[in-house]
Design a protein around this ligand. Structure first.
Ligand code: ADQ
Length: 475
C-alpha cells in the first residue's frame, strides 16, 4: 500500500538499514529508526529529496519487502547465513577491518570470502539501481561495499555516484597485501566523489591508485579509463570529516532529568573526586587494554588512588563470534578483574566495567558524569565518542584525553593528545587531565565545543552532497 513512487532522487546504500526491530505493546513486531549518526546526518536530506535507503535488515535468511518509515523508503537486501559469515564477518571484518586499521590484528585472506563479497556487492548494486530515478544521486557507505560504485556505473551511467569510507584508508605498504587490491580500487573509482575522514586517508588512496591503476592523480582528481582503455570519467578523492548532531546532544545535556541521572551515576560509583570514562565498541582498535594498563600503573605508582578516582569503562558488545573479538574481551575482562582484585574494596571498584548497550539519554548522563574522558584508540577513522563528550559539556568543564591516531585528533587540537602505545606518555596525559585547573579546562572546552558545534553532521552531509552535485560531468 505504498503511495510513494518506486524511483527515488537520492539513494543511500549502506550495509545496514538504519532501523531496529521492535515489538510493540500489542506484541506486534515493527521497526524503529536506530539512533546512529549516519541517519541523523542524512534524515533532513532524505526527507527533502525523496530518499530511499538500501541495506541489510540485520537478520540472515530473511526476505523483507520494501517499506516506508519516517519519510524514507527502506529497501532491504537479504543475506543468507553463509553470506553473513563470509561477506560480513569474514571479508569485511576479518580481512578489510584489520587491514585498514594498521594490521593491529593480522588480516585473513580467503578466496571464498572474496567471492561472497563480490556476490553481495553485486546484489546491493542491483537493489540500488532498481530504486534510483533517472539522474539520481546514489551515496554508498563504507568498506563493506567498495565494489558497488564501479558496479553501479556499469549498470547506470546516468546517475551520480558518491562513496564515503568511514574507516581509515591504509598506507600503501599495508594495502598492497590485499590480493584483490586492484579490484577494490577499480570499484571505488566507479564513484564521481570518493570521501574519506582525513586528508591522510585520501592521500593514501591516491597513492594506491598511482601505484596500481596507473592513472595520474592531481588535486585529488583521477582520470578513470574503462577496460578498453577509453577515458570514462573523472573521479575526485577528498576528505569530509564526519561529525555528530551537536545541537541534539546539547539539548539532552540540558535536560534536568538527565543532569539528575548524571549525579546519581556519580553517587552509584561512590562519589569520587575524579570520574574517568571510556566508551567504545569492544574492539581491538580502541586501545582499551592500553588505557587500563596506564590506569593500573597510576594506581600502582600511587599517583591515583581508588576512592578518589574511578574508571567507568563501557564496552558495547561487538562482532562476538570472531576470534580476535573474543580475545580482546577476554583480555579486557582479565585486566579489569586483576585491577579490582588488587586495588578495589568491598564497596569501591577501581574499574566499573559495563558490557552493554545503553539508550541515548543514559549515554549523555554518563558523559555529563565524567570529569575525564579517555579515548585511546590505536587507529580510528574518526571517533564520534570524543565529539559527543565535547558536545555534552554544557558547563565548559571536563577534559578530553584523545589519541593522535583518531580522525578526531585532526580537529580537536585542544584535547590532551596522546600516543596510546607510549604508556608513560599516556599516564602523563591522564595526569595532566586529572590535574587541569578549571580555568584551563574551560579555555580548552570552549574551543573544542565551538569546533563541534560548527562542523556538525548536518554540515558534513551537506558538504558531501554539494561537492558531488558541483562536480563537472564529462562523460
Ligand atoms: P565506531 O567504530 O563504531 O564507528 P565511534 O565513531 O566511536 O566508533 O561511534 C560509536 C557510536 O556508538 C557513538 O555514537 C557512541 O555513542 C555509540 N556507543 C558506543 N558505546 C555505546 C553503548 N554502550 N551504548 C550505546 N551507544 C554506544 C565507525 C568508525 C569510526 C567513525 C564512525 C562514523 O570506526 O572511526 O567515527 O564509524 O564514521
Amino acid at each position: 500500500m505504498n503511495k510513494k513512487p518506486a524511483k527515488f532522487d537520492l539513494v543511500v546504500v549502506a550495509n545496514r538499514l538504519p532501523v531496529d526491530r521492535e515489538v510493540g505493546p500489542d506484541g506486534e513486531a515493527g521497526w524503529r529508526q536506530s539512533p546512529g549518526g549516519l541517519v541523523t546526518g542524512l534524515a533532513p536530506v532524505m526527507k527533502t529529496h525523496d530518499g530511499a535507503w538500501v541495506g541489510w535488515a540485520g537478520t540472515p535468511d530473511e526476505e523483507i519487502e520494501p517499506f516506508d518509515l519516517d519519510g524514507m523508503r527502506l529497501v532491504p537486501v537479504p543475506l543468507s547465513n553463509d553470506e553473513f559469515t563470509q561477506y560480513y564477518e569474514g571479508f569485511s571484518n576479518a580481512t578489510l577491518w584489520p587491514l585498514y586499521h594498521d594490521v593491529i590484528a593480522p588480516p585473513e585472506f580467503h578466496r571464498t570470502w572474496w567471492d561472497a563479497y563480490l556476490r553481495v556487492n553485486e546484489r546491493f548494486a542491483q537493489a540500488a539501481v532498481t530504486v534510483a530515478a533517472e539522474n539520481a544521486v546514489i551515496w554508498i557507505h563504507d568498506y563493506q561495499l567498495q565494489l558497488v560504485p564501479g558496479m553501479i556505473r556499469k549498470l547506470r551511467p546516468d546517475v551520480r555516484i558518491g562513496f564515503f569510507n568511514h574507516i581509515p584508508f591504509p598506507p600503501y605498504e599495508i594495502f598492497a597485501q590485499l590480493p584483490w587490491r586492484k579490484q577494490i580500487l577499480h570499484g571505488l573509482l566507479g564513484a564521481d566523489l570518493i570521501g574519506f575522514q582525513r586528508p591522510y586517508d585520501s592521500a593514501n588512496f591516491l597513492r594506491a591508485v598511482r601505484r596500481n591503476v596507473g592513472t595520474v592523480a592531481r588535486n585529488g582528481l583521477v582520470r578513470v579509463t574503462d577496460e578498453n582503455g577509453e577515458e570514462s570519467h573523472t573521479a575526485k578523492a577528498q576528505s569530509f570529516p564526519i561529525s555528530i548532531d551537536a545541537a541534539e546532544l546539547e539539548r539532552l545535556a540540558l535536560k534536568p532529568e538527565i543532569q539528575e541521572r548524571a549525579r546519581q551515576i556519580r553517587e552509584e560509583v561512590g562519589n569520587p573526586e575524579v570520574l574517568m570514562l571510556g566508551v567504545d565498541r569492544m574492539d581491538y582498535t580502541k586501545g582499551i587494554r592500553h588505557r587500563i594498563k596506564a590506569f593500573a600503573e597510576l594506581l600502582e605508582d600511587g599517583a591515583l588512588s581508588v576512592g578518589e578516582v574511578t574508571l567507568v569503562q563501557i564496552a558495547t558488545p561487538s562482532r562476538e563470534r570472531l576470534e580476535h573479538y573474543k580475545q580482546i574481551r577476554h583480555d579486557v575482562e582479565l585486566a579489569v578483574g586483576r585491577i579490582n582484585g588488587e586495588y578495589g574494596g568491598l564497596s569501591t571498584q577501581a574499574v566499573n566495567y559495563l558490557h552493554h548497550s545503553f539508550p541515548r539519554d543514559e549515554m549523555v548522563a554518563f558523559y555529563l558524569a565524567a570529569d575525564v574522558m579517555l579515548v585511546t584508540a590505536l587507529r580510528d577513522g574518526m571517533n564520534l565518542v570524543a565529539k559527543e563528550y565535547v558536545a555534552t559539556r554544557v558547563n565548559h568543564d571536563g577534559a578530553l584525553v584523545l589519541s593522535e591516531f583518531t580522525g578526531a585528533a585532526d580537529e580537536l587540537r585542544q584535547a590532551v593528545l596522546v600516543n596510546p602505545h607510549d604508556i608513560t606518555g599516556l599516564k602523563a596525559g591522564i595526569m595532566k587531565a586529572v590535574e587541569m585547573t578549571p580555568r584551563e579546562s574551560a579555555r580548552r572546552m570552549r574551543a573544542l565545543r565551538r569546533r563541534v558545534a560548527e562542523d556538525d553532521v548536518q554540515h558534513w552531509s551537506r558538504m558531501f552532497l554539494e561537492t558531488l552535485a558541483g562536480l563537472r560531468r564529462d562523460n
